[in-house]
Structure formats: structure tokens, C-alpha cells
Design a protein around this ligand. Sequence first.
Ligand code: NAD
Ligand code: UDP
Ligand code: UDP
Length: 321
Amino acid sequence: MHFRKRVLVTGGAGFLGSHLCERLLERGDHVICLDNYFTGTRDNIAHLLSNPYFEAIRHDITFPIYLEVDQIYNLACPASPVHYQHDPVQTTKTSVHGAINVLGLAKRLRVPVFQASTSEVYGDPAVHPQVEEYWGNVNPIGLRSCYDEGKRCAETLFFDYHRQHGLQIKVGRIFNTYGPRMHPNDGRVVSNFIVQALRGEPITIYGEGRQTRSFCYVSDLVEGFIRLMESEPGVTGPLNLGNPAEFSILELAEMVLAEVGGPSRLVFKPLPSDDPRQRQPDISRAKAVLGWEPRVQLREGLRATIAYFERALGRPAEQSL
Ligand code: NAD
Ligand code: UDP
Ligand code: UDP
């Protein structure tokens, strides 16, 4: 008989979480989605609600939660600068208290727990591309610190629970990811550029647009999450998960414009403070340990994302912000 795993996904109504819930259900798991709908929406999971093996719980992960599950994916945390800087104290609490609560839950149940960490733990990196051994270059008191330091502290907690309590931890450091169900107003570069191009508005380049990012399509990333969770118990990470193909922001703007067409032109705005100049994952470890690497090229992923925004902008989105 097939053993249906009960899987908890915190932040399951968000961009990445909703895709993960979908994939786990397709695989035959029983999925419990926990979310406080701060940046996630019920729209993102509406198509899953009729599935008898899907449950949604409204809960803030900074408070304890008692459930019986076989695996935990901890994704709860606002991810875009606009959202995480909206209430920076709550952002740190979500990362730190949230980590303590999922780790306490995993410790009581003796189940594996995945942490959605981030390339932001490398800050404005002095090592390029970023390898997992690099300790990072993070400002502890800046506008991005609530997110960066919160996520760094969460990693510390994960490794201390592993060493102190023998917990099976799986830490993935996620690099910029894009795709359908990105929040249209979250200020992230891919969603901003697509929405601006679709509306025929100016494309806002911060700085000169020479800073670089490496963009991973969501389906590739979710595959990496699941492979990491299913890896040997000794595999803890941290593992970089992202697409190593690196583009300047200017190149991205030109590609979006070429795909969408329309009258938009490029405008240059000031660069936000602490904006990393370059970012590219070294994914050799994930390749070797998980046999994983992204497959979807930027142009192909952008087309799917543009098609989503064309539909989404056609009707008013339900947003909690
Ligand atoms: P998102 O904002 O769409 O999703 C986060 C979800 O967490 C939302 O549904 C939100 O409502 C929920 N949430 C926030 N605070 C909560 C709380 N206190 N209790 C319960 N739920 C809460 O963002 P995303 O892009 O899907 O990111 C998911 C995870 O991946 C985050 O932990 C983020 O830090 C990490 N990550 C994402 C990226 C990326 O490029 N998308 C990059 C690096 C790391
Ligand atoms: N916790 C939880 N669900 C559980 C078990 C624990 O939310 O099923 C919380 C608990 O409230 C505690 C945290 O996780 O605040 C850390 O748990 P741990 O057992 O490590 O610490 P302790 O309870 O000993 O402080
Ligand atoms: N960016 C930009 N125009 C925008 C939004 C973002 O030029 O409208 C830049 C931003 O300054 C950064 C890069 O794009 O250099 C990626 O920004 P995002 O907020 O998507 O992600 P992060 O900075 O967290 O990698």
C-alpha cells in the first residue's frame, strides 16, 4: 500500500509554497498548508482546496503549533524587500521564532525539516560565484538586515538543533526565483518589469542596471526542494539552489521588452541601499549531492510568467497588503 506522507508547508499560500503544495499533492502526499496570508493569498491555493488531501490552516508561525506530520518545509517569511521592510521586527520574528517553533515541532515528532534559506545570507558577496563555504558580507544594522540576519540566525538554529538534538535538517539557500503567482506589487525585478511592460509603463532600472542576478524558474526550484528533502539523512546542506545563468538587470529589461513588445522605455532610478552588485550561485554541491540542476532557460520561463501576468492583471487580485 502507498504510504501517504503528511507534509506541513509553512508559507504554503505564497509564491513558492503554493507550487510546492501542488507538486506534493501530485505526488500523492497529504499536504497541510500553514499561512497567515501576510504576503500569500487564498487565490494561490484556491485550485487545491477541493482536493481531499489538502488542508489550509491560518496561523502565524511565530506562535507554537501542535500537529502530527511526517515532513516539514519551512517557507513562511516575506521574501521581497518591499514586504519584509514593511514590518521589519515581524520579519525577524518570523525567521527566528518561526524556526524555533518548526524545530520544536520536528524535535517532538522526530521528522525531517527543510529550511528555505536564501542567497541573502551572503549579503553583498566578496566571493563570486557564491559557494556554500563563503561566510558572507552582511550589514547587521541596515534596511535588509531584518531579513538577512533573521535567515542567518534561522540557519544557526537549524544547525544547533541538528548537533544538539540530532534533528534531520535540510537547509536550501535559494537564489532569485520567478514564475507564475509572483506577487504583482512586491517590487521584485521580474514582476516589476513584466507588469510595467504589459501596462506600457516605463521600465524602472535601479542604478545603471549593471548589477547582476541569476534567475531560477519556480518548477526547477521546487524539484530541488523535494530532492533535498528526500536526500540521505546525513545530507544537511546548506546547499545553494538556483540557476547559475547570470544576467545584468539591463539585459533582463531588454529581454522582457523584447518578449512583451509595446511602448515601454527604460528609465533609471536610484539604487536602493545595500543592493548587492552581483549574485550567482555555484551549484556544484547540489549537482553532486542531489543530481539536480535547473532546466528552464530564462526566455522560456519569462514567457510562462508573462502569460500568467496577462491573465492575472485582467482581474483584480485578492491581496492582503
Ligand atoms: P512569499 O511572500 O510569496 O511567501 C511567503 C509566505 O509566507 C506567504 O504566503 C506569507 O503569507 C507567509 N508568511 C509570512 N509570514 C508568516 C508568518 N509569520 N506565519 C505564517 N506565514 C507567514 O515569498 P516566496 O517567494 O514564496 O518565498 C518563500 C520562502 O522562500 C521565504 O522563506 C523566502 O525567504 C524564501 N526565498 C525566496 C526567494 C525567491 O526568490 N522567491 C529567494 C530566497 C529565499
Ligand atoms: N513547539 C511547537 N510544536 C511542537 C513542539 C514544540 O510549536 O509540537 C514549540 C514550543 O512551543 C517551543 C519551541 O517549539 O517554544 C521549541 O521547542 P523545544 O522543544 O526545542 O523547546 P522547549 O519547549 O524545551 O523550550
Ligand atoms: N531592480 C530594478 N528595478 C526594479 C526592481 C528591482 O532595477 O523595478 C533591481 C534591484 O535594485 C536589484 C535587482 O533588480 O539590483 C533584483 O532586485 P529584487 O528586489 O528582485 O531582488 P534582490 O535584490 O533581493 O535580489
